[in-house]
Design a protein around this ligand. Sequence first.
Ligand SMILES: [Zn+2]
Ligand SMILES: [Zn+2]
Length: 246
Amino acid sequence: MSKTPWQQRIRRAENLAAHHAFASQILGFYIHVARFQEELYQRNPERAARFPLFLDLVAKHGPEPLAHIAENLTQVSDTSRSDLLEAVWSAASEPPSNPQEFLAFAYLQPFAEFGRDSSEMHLECYTGSVCPWCSRKPGMGVLRQQGDGGQRNLLCAFCLTEWSFRRIVCPGCGEEDPVKLPVYTAAEMPHIRVESCDGCHAYLKSIDLTKNGLADPLVDELASIPLDLWAQERGYSKLHPNLLGM
Ligand SMILES: [Zn+2]
Ligand SMILES: [Zn+2]
């Protein structure tokens, strides 16, 4: 039986955690989240129904202070929790910005992926800077082999739509001057690039699948925390945070 995308992500997270001590804690937590998400995706329940169970999981396995915030959210009214989910689901132009919103974002992600997978979307001609399905800013880039070179795609962190985008352009502000678009890589994970912009001070990480065909964009993006610290110390802020709020 072939593996589901979630099982592939979990396997990749286990491998990365075994080889990169700096990422083992966050990936251990992600594995719990991904198992829960897979069940949401498979069963596609009423949207708010299992949020309290998800919060219990985060309270049990999440890092502090997230675990404590999740526990507090289990104490509020059903209406407050539904309002939070609705706000994060609809707020395409504003990335989640506090821990409550990150929890809702991670919980809702498989619903978005399910919705996108069930839709008939044609992307052949789309080259915009926001997700064509949910209008969110891209969460990461992906470099894939195409002909003799690499094609850069952007990937939505919410519904996981991937679409093509010109390689030397900032998806945040449209800057095209290569001098203002510095790229940084680190020896520990040479297939991951920080692509930053000195025009709008945004960055995203791109996963170079031409250098590492085993990488999973979503999981490798989560694992490469030192690159986020590097970029943020230099005053860049991420175009769209990842599933775990980084
Ligand atoms: Zn999307
Ligand atoms: Zn920019």
